[in-house]
Write a protein that binds this ligand. Structure first.
Ligand SMILES: Cc1cc2nc3c(=O)[nH]c(=O)nc-3n(C[C@H](O)[C@H](O)[C@H](O)COP(=O)(O)O)c2cc1C
Length: 384
C-alpha cells in the first residue's frame, strides 16, 4: 500500500512529505521533482509569494545513490518566507508575537476553522489551509509520476481550458511544449491572450478569477481500480483527490456534465478489437478512460473547476471575530488567478491516485518484481 502524509504551515520553516510503500530500486532525481515545483510556482496571475520562494526538494530519507531503498521517503521543501515570519510563527511561547487574523475572509477556511478548533485567531487555520501545502503534494506527485513511468510507461499532462469568462478551443492534439510555453498553460493562443487580459483587469479591479483545467494520463492499462466497493472505484478516488485541491469545486470524469444532457447513443464509447495492437479498445473516449470504477485502457481524463481566489484586494464584507461588528475582510498578499498552477497540482493528484491503484494491482517490493508482474499481466491480456 502506498501512503502519503504532508505537514507544515504556510509561513513555518518547511513543508515535509512522507511517502511510504514505494518499491526498492525506483530511480529518483531531485531535478525532476524541482521541475514540477517550478511549474507549480508559475502561471500568470500569481502573487508576491512566488517571488520570495525558490522551491527545491531536499530528500532526507529513503533514497541512496539515486534509487529508493523501500524504506519511507521523506522530502522537505523550505519556506524562504519563514524568515519574515519567525516571531508570529515561532514554536516557543516566550517572545511570541502573533499577527492575529480576526476579520475572516469569505470563501476561505477562516471562519469554519476557528469555530471547529475553538480559536480566536484565524491564522491558526489559514496557515495550514493555505495552498502552500500543495508544494508538498507536487513533490509527492513527481515521485508518483516516476513510479508510473517506470512501472507502466504512463505519462501525465494538464492544460487550462477556461479562465473567468474566457473559454479555450482545445485543439484535437494538444502539444505539451506549447502548453508549457503559454503564460496561462493554455493550448489555444488566442484564448491565452484574452485570459491574460482578463487577469490584468481583475488585478486592476482588486478582484480575482477562477477557471477550469484538464488533466490526462496516457498509457494507463485496463484494470486499475475496482467496481468492488464505493471506495475502490477509480472514478470516485480521482474525484476525491482532485476535489481536495484548495479552491477546487468541481470534477468531471470524461464528458461528465455534458453527457448528462445527451442521449445514450451520443455518449457511450463503442468497444472494438484492434487486431494489430492485439487489444480491446474503444472508438471514442467520452467516459474519460474509466468504466465501472476500473480503468478501461483509454486515456484517463478529468476536467476540474477552480473557484476564484477568496482573498480580495477590494474586500467583501465580513465580521470581526472579537467584536462581532461588520468589517471589511482581512487582506494578505494573495494570488489573482491560480488555475495554471492548480493544473500542475491536478497532475500530481491524478498521478498519486494512479500510483496507489498500480501498487494495489501489481504489489512488488522491488522495481524488477513490479516490472515482472506488469509483464505477466500484459501477456495475459494479449492472450485473450
Ligand atoms: C495554487 C493555489 C494558490 C492559492 N493561493 C491563494 C491565495 O493566494 N489566497 C487565497 O485566499 N486563496 C488561495 N488559494 C485558495 C485557498 O487555499 C482556498 O480557497 C482555501 O484554502 C479554502 O478552501 P476551499 O476553497 O477549497 O474551500 C490558492 C489555491 C491554490 C490551488
Amino acid at each position: 500500500m502506498l501512503r502519503l502524509l504532508t505537514a507544515g504551515e504556510s509561513h513555518g520553516p518547511q513543508l515535509t512529505v512522507v511517502i511510504d510503500g514505494l518499491p526498492a530500486g525506483l530511480r529518483i532525481a531531485v531535478a525532476g521533482i524541482d521541475r514540477d515545483l517550478r511549474r507549480r510556482q508559475g502561471g500568470y496571475g500569481r502573487g508576491g509569494r512566488q517571488r520570495i520562494e525558490r522551491d527545491h526538494a531536499q530528500i532526507v530519507s529513503g533514497v541512496r545513490g539515486g534509487r529508493t531503498l523501500g524504506s519511507p521517503v521523506t522530502l522537505v521543501v523550505a519556506n524562504l518566507d519563514w524568515d519574515n515570519w519567525r516571531r508570529p510563527m515561532q514554536v516557543e511561547a516566550a517572545g511570541f508575537q502573533p499577527k492575529p487574523v480576526r476579520r475572516v475572509r469569505p470563501g476561505h477556511a477562516d471562519l469554519a476553522g476557528v469555530l471547529k478548533y475553538d480559536f480566536d485567531d484565524a491564522r491558526n487555520v489559514l496557515e495550514r489551509a493555505s495552498a502552500r501545502e500543495t508544494a508538498a503534494r507536487v513533490a509527492a506527485g513527481a515521485i508518483a509520476k516516476r513510479y508510473l513511468t517506470e512501472a507502466l510507461g504512463v505519462t501525465l499532462h494538464s492544460y487550462v481550458t477556461r479562465i473567468g469568462a474566457v473559454a479555450a478551443t482545445v485543439p484535437a492534439v494538444v502539444e505539451p511544449a506549447a502548453v508549457e510555453a503559454s503564460p496561462v498553460r493554455c493550448p489555444d493562443p488566442l484564448a491565452a491572450r484574452a485570459m491574460v487580459a482578463a487577469i490584468d483587469r481583475a488585478r486592476a479591479e482588486g478582484d480575482t478569477l477562477g477557471g477550469c483545467f484538464r488533466v490526462e494520463a496516457r498509457g494507463v492499462p485496463p484494470g486499475l481500480g475496482s467496481h468492488r466497493q464505493w471506495d475502490t472505484r477509480l472514478d470516485g478516488r480521482l474525484a476525491q483527490a482532485l476535489c481536495s485541491i484548495q479552491a477546487v469545486k468541481g470534477v468531471e470524469i470524461g464528458d461528465g456534465f455534458a453527457a448528462a444532457g445527451l442521449p445514450g447513443s451520443k455518449v457511450h464509447d463503442e468497444p472494438w478489437y484492434d487486431a494489430v495492437g492485439r487489444r480491446f479498445a474503444h472508438r471514442t473516449n467520452r467516459a474519460g478512460g474509466v468504466t465501472g470504477g476500473i480503468s478501461n485502457g483509454e486515456v484517463v481524463w478529468c476536467t476540474v473547476a477552480v473557484k476564484p481566489i477568496s482573498t480580495l484586494l477590494r474586500p467583501l464584507r465580513s465580521v470581526d471575530l472579537a467584536t462581532k461588528a461588520e468589517v471589511n475582510a482581512h487582506y494578505e498578499r494573495s494570488d489573482i488567478c491560480v488555475v495554471p498552477a492548480a493544473a500542475v497540482i491536478g497532475e500530481a493528484m491524478m498521478a498519486w491516485v494512479l500510483a496507489e491503484a498500480t501498487c494495489e494491482k501489481f504489489g512488488a517490493d522491488s522495481i524488477t518484481e513490479l516490472r515482472r508482474n506488469v509483464r505477466g499481466y500484459r501477456a495475459r491480456l494479449r492472450r485473450r
